[in-house]
Design a protein around this ligand. Structure first.
Ligand code: MN
Length: 745
């Protein structure tokens, strides 16, 4: 990261010059003063201690721009003082690069500045080491680490965001390549996090700076377009502003009215997304009315609509339906004089502060009544994300969930009783059901939207009234994972599916265990508890049920476990084992196909194992095992197309091999296309006879349906292995008149 002087920004000048020192001191004095003003109750002397320590540690280091390094931490601290943050936070800002860039340890920070500061500095240092601009799985892991650090203390991310803000403000001296990387990382991770924490002002500045860092020409182009309209726009808007102020005063609505132009990055996104010229951006110009109460906000909206007609579909009530990040405001776009449209945002003073500062505003008024609970809400969001991330094995999936959660274009729908529910865009009735309650989600069998039955994958629209049809005892379907949008729904569905599969596996595993126990004449009702405890410990499991589950999944085999309870039988068994042929005899319980299989899982005996029906592998073919849920190990041919689909869950893949046995045969289905003439069938059977194979079934028909003049012969034949099959096939192909042979399974 660009703030690390070691690899990017350091130039060592041995003696700092006096004028520089003086400028540093001036900068710090300004910081100290504003802090003392904002937080008169805190011990401002501590700030100087932290400053002097940081200054002395960074002495001789300078930034790429050439100025002394210490200017950077002071600037970061100033950003946080301007957000009205507390002493610990500002101390952390001053010290945030000390551990990374000098030889100082966290322990030393703790000794000098206390535990809280040490924790925060440690958090910021760790965040700095995270590689965000990387492959998806690494990125997911990085984001998880960031979230963990944030949950530890929200001030960590506030310092980090301010650090990033200052780095972007001074990014000009870095190489093009670094600017692009830092800009992209900001747009991908930091700006969305600022947004999710409700910090509108920081997010806006991060985005605009990052935009400039990534695409300077694009930004210049947008700025030129805005500039072109600026003068006329502002004149127009100021006229409106006066008129609005008068009208509000006449209605005795106290209000502050501000004009604003949409910021460059928002304009850019809008032009790109909607593919429209700048003339059609309705909210390029905006008027902001900040009033004192809810009632007066709605009153002001009435005043505006009374004067200028609202543009249909552009009125948004984020007061009644706050955005997920807590943002509240009334938005409307109206048609002004001369057909010039503009946007009006109306909010209270408190809503305004929250929109600008988000979680930082809560911190500021922490002593006050509301602060804590809303901050908790942000922290809870992060905790949930971390939990989900741990459960989602697929990093790509996590990143996309995260993006849905962070960017969350939202859809507002209603319960039948009129309660508003905010969901990510394209959410479905299933997401809605899980939002209401997990039990409602699990039991969901159908849904009505605006009184009409819809499919469960219906994508909800703003204003839909959603009703969930439930049936007690119903279980969620795996298919739902294909369309749900919210992490909550996804997570709950997976939990249930895993739990059901586990209980199935336990059932199968227990039967298998009992059966094996009977074979070995071990009574499982009298298992020695001491031995059981030892066995569980050895396998890293906590109860007998876990053993059953693992047996059912095919991850463990029953015999070695049972042997532990009857060591005196171990020898007997060994002898028997030698007598038996090397192939593995699987219990009959699961599938007929399981019997007398010449297959084994590498390194294990007695695992539930069967040949997959789809590809019907035979000895000699390259195979791979897949641990099914509750049915043991399915063995597929490596060339089976299902394998590609299944193997995305890498941890369920298992090595299997053909056991050495000569006694078995396998059925293979082949289909021969041939000339339709007498004597063909006799020649086929002759080939099979001479190759020592049997025909299990045979069916011949004309191939008119394929538009041919020949015949198709379907045969099920018995083969020992791949080699024999190949011999038979090539012998069949040599018969004159045979056009094509296909193996069906
Ligand atoms: Mn820094």
């Amino acid at each position: 990261m660009e703030s690390k002087p070691k690899n990017t920004a350091t130039r060592v000048s041995p003696v700092p010059d006096a004028s520089d020192l003086n400028a540093v001191e001036q900068r710090f004095l300004a910081l100290e003063q504003s802090f003392a003003l904002n937080r008169p109750k805190e011990d401002v002397a501590k700030l100087r201690t932290a400053f002097e320590f940081a200054r002395d540690q960074h002495v001789g280091q300078s930034r790429r721009s050439g100025e002394s390094y210490i200017f950077h931490p002071i600037a970061v601290a100033q950003i946080l003082v301007d957000m009205n943050m507390d002493l610990v936070c500002v101390e952390t800002a001053l010290l945030h690069d000390v551990v990374e860039d000098t030889g100082i340890t966290i322990e030393e920070i703790r000794k000098r500045f206390g535990n809280e500061v040490a924790i925060c500095v440690d958090g910021v240092t760790k965040l700095g080491k995270i590689q965000l601009y990387s492959r998806e799985e690494q990125q997911a892991e990085s984001v998880r680490k960031m979230l963990l650090a944030m949950v530890g203390d929200i001030r960590v991310i506030l310092v980090k965001l301010s650090d990033r803000l200052h780095n972007l403000r001074t990014i000009g001296s870095l190489s093009r390549e670094k600017q692009t990387r830092i800009g992209q990382e900001t747009l991908d991770i930091y700006a969305p996090i600022a947004h999710r924490l409700g910090m509108g002002k920081v997010r806006a500045e991060l985005e605009d700076l990052a935009f400039g860092a990534i695409d300077p020409e694009g930004q210049a182009d947008i700025l030129a377009q805005i500039e072109h309209k600026r003068k006329a726009s502002l004149e127009f808007l100021e006229g409106i502003q006066k008129s609005v102020e008068q009208k509000l005063a006449r209605e005795s609505i106290p209000a502050r009215v501000e004009c604003r132009l949409k910021r460059p990055y928002s304009v850019y996104l809008k032009l790109k997304k909607q593919k429209i010229p700048i003339e059609q951006v309705y909210d390029l110009l905006a008027l902001r009315i900040i009033s004192d109460s809810l009632k007066n906000c709605y009153g002001a909206l009435g005043v505006i609509h009374n004067e200028w007609p609202p543009i249909p579909g552009r009125i948004k009530d984020f007061i009644a339906m706050p955005r997920q990040n807590g943002y509240q405001s009334l938005h409307t776009s109206v048609m002004g004089p001369g057909g010039q449209a503009f946007e009006v945002q109306i909010r209270t003073e408190e809503m305004h502060r929250l929109a600008e500062e988000g979680v930082a505003a809560h911190w500021k008024y922490k002593e006050g009544r509301k602060g804590k609970s809303t901050e908790e809400q942000y922290v809870n969001w992060m905790r949930q994300l971390i939990e989900w991330q741990q459960e989602m094995r697929d990093p790509g999936e996590f990143m996309s969930t995260l993006k849905v959660d962070l960017y969350s274009d939202e859809v507002y729908v209603f319960t039948p009783k009129g309660k508003v529910v905010v969901l990510p865009r394209d959410s479905t009735p299933v997401d809605f059901a899980y939002y209401i309650h997990s039990d409602v989600g699990n039991a969901c069998v159908g849904s009505k939207v605006n009184n009409r039955i819809v499919q469960l994958k219906y994508s909800l629209k703003n204003g839909d009234v959603v009703e969930v049809l439930t049936q007690p005892g119903h279980m969620p379907s795996k298919d739902w994972l294909g369309f749900v949008k919210t992490s909550k729904a996804r997570n709950k569905i997976k939990q249930i599916i895993n739990a059901t599969e586990r209980s199935k596996s336990i059932e199968i595993g227990e039967k298998y265990f009992e059966k094996e126990a009977r074979r070995l004449s071990i009574s499982i009702s009298k298992l020695d508890e001491g031995i059981l405890a030892q066995v569980l410990e050895d396998y890293g499991l906590s109860k007998l049920e876990d053993i059953f589950a693992n047996l059912g999944y095919g991850k463990l085999e029953a015999r070695p476990i049972l042997m532990r309870f009857a060591p005196e039988r171990a020898h007997e068994e060994e002898v028997k084992e030698e007598l038996a042929h090397a192939a593995i005899v699987a219990p009959e319980a699961v599938d007929k196909n399981l019997k007398n299989l010449a297959l084994r899982v590498k390194g294990m005996n007695d695992v539930l194992i069967y040949r997959a029906i789809c590809c019907n592998p035979i000895p000699g073919e390259a195979i791979v095992g897949y641990i099914t849920r509750g049915k043991g190990v399915a063995v597929h041919s490596l060339s089976c197309s299902n394998v590609q689909n299944l193997m995305y869950e890498v941890e369920r893949k298992i090595d299997v091999e053909w056991a050495k046995t000569g006694v078995e045969s396998f059925d293979v289905q082949i289909s021969i296309t041939t000339d339709d003439r007498p004597g063909m069938l006799a020649q086929f059977t002759q080939v099979l006879f001479s190759e020592n194979s049997n025909i299990r079934s045979l069916e011949a028909r004309g191939d008119e349906e394929r538009g041919g003049d020949g015949a198709v012969v379907d045969m099920k034949i018995e083969v020992r292995d791949k080699r024999q099959l190949e011999k038979i096939l090539s012998a069949l192909r040599r018969i004159p008149g045979v056009r094509d042979i296909e193996r069906k399974s």
